[in-house]
Design a protein around this ligand. Structure first.
Ligand SMILES: *Cc1c(COP(=O)(O)O)cnc(C)c1O
Length: 360
């Protein structure tokens, strides 16, 4: 592990050492099967055990109630952008709250399938904050309300979710799922691409209230049809066998360290240290407004874009990689998901301090 660097990428992103060690141990010969999980039939007894254990572990960890189903879907979060309206719109209007680029993409995809009402768009403030509840203009009788829990590119995060009464709240949690405890019952559908806090790229997890899966239009492509996915236990075709196995390992790791309360504590500590340093160092300017800041993606700039570029380059030379911000915001971004240890954040702060002194 000595030559591993601290990878601040937004996704795919770091995995915990503990997870990688376990995967390595099991790589050639999974529990005496004589083969790797990668080589297993998805219908085999050995693999089905992995599959069921992963689902059961996720259910324990997130305390998913009995009336919610877990589906493993293809196409990542972007696949979900398309399948959500196709399964849930049912000829009605859907409300989308645009707090960032992925929220916008979700809305644009939904527009292909029916009526979309934009309940809020934060482009005026360059998506630097999460709106107050009274700024959201919902339509009369929406099929669902869609929000993005953590805006990966801009570095903002909902601290308190909007009250939506009986309308199903659909939430993209791609970049903050498993980072803290949540109340699953607040939502109709929670979904996330796997490659940020749930392991490696290759599929999306959908946690959906059972009653929302019904009478799906037969024209919906089978691979995006929640009813068919449920009926076939997410094995309508070959699922993303290895990424699902990796999710199982991530869940085991989180349970071993003490679950979501413990990881939340660690995440708050990491983020606080980094934000405190930024707030106290005038050389750096944060992008997100204080009360909306993300625990997962910390966005900031130096006094000019050339220095931003120099920062990213020199950081890489110091074993701190992928700190360049998304092209839409520019500047810098440190993604500090569950797997980023506190030492990584401390090393980053040391580097930032040196860089500010040398260039300020
Ligand atoms: C990364 C990300 C996506 C896109 O995920 P894919 O699995 O690549 O489609 C969508 N939403 C959010 C919030 C993300 O962070």
């Amino acid at each position: 592990m000595e030559d591993r660097i601290y990878n601040f990428a937004a996704g795919p992103s770091m995995l915990a050492d503990e997870v990688l060690i376990k995967i390595k141990e099991e790589l050639f010969n999974y529990k005496g099967s004589g083969m790797s999980v990668m080589e297993m039939s998805h219908r085999s007894k050995g693999y089905l055990e992995i599959f069921e254990n992963t689902k059961a572990g996720l259910r324990r960890l997130l305390e998913i109630p009995e009336d919610y189903e877990i589906l493993f879907m293809h196409g990542g979060a972007t696949g979900m952008f398309a399948s959500i309206p196709q399964n849930l719109l049912k000829g009605k209007t859907a409300d989308y709250v645009i707090t960032g680029n992925f929220a916008k993409k979700a809305a644009q995809e939904a527009e292909k399938f029916g009526d979309v009402h934009i309940a809020y768009d934060g482009k005026e403030n360059n998506y630097s904050l999460i709106p107050d509840e009274n700024e959201l203009n919902f339509s009369e009788d929406p099929a669902y309300i869609h929000i993005c829990a953590n805006n990966t590119i801009y570095g903002t995060e909902w601290k308190k979710f909007p009250k939506v009464e009986s309308v199903p709240l659909v939430v993209d949690m791609s970049s903050d799922i498993l980072s803290k405890p949540i109340n699953v019952s607040d939502f109709g559908l929670i979904y996330a691409g796997a490659q940020k806090n749930m392991g490696i790229a290759g599929f999306a997890v959908a946690i959906i209230r059972k009653d929302l899966i019904s009478e799906t239009d037969p024209k919906v492509p089978s691979i995006m049809n929640y009813e068919l996915s449920l009926k076939n236990d997410s094995m309508l075709n070959t699922p993303a066998t290895y990424p699902i196995y990796v999710l199982g390992k991530v869940v085991e790791w989180l349970e071993e360290i003490g679950g979501l309360k413990e990881i939340e504590k660690r995440n708050i500590l990491k983020a606080q240290k980094l934000y405190d340093f930024i707030d106290n160092t005038p050389f750096y300017r944060p992008h997100a407004q204080k009360e909306s800041r993300s625990l997962m993606n910390v966005t900031f700039t130096t006094p000019d874009p050339e220095l931003d570029a120099a920062f990213a380059k020199q950081a890489t030379e110091n074993g701190l990689s992928n700190l360049k911000g998304h092209r839409l915001v520019g500047g810098l971004r440190a993604s500090i998901y569950n797997a980023m240890p506190l030492t990584g954040v401390e090393k980053l702060i040391d580097f930032m301090d040196r860089f500010a002194k040398e260039n300020g």
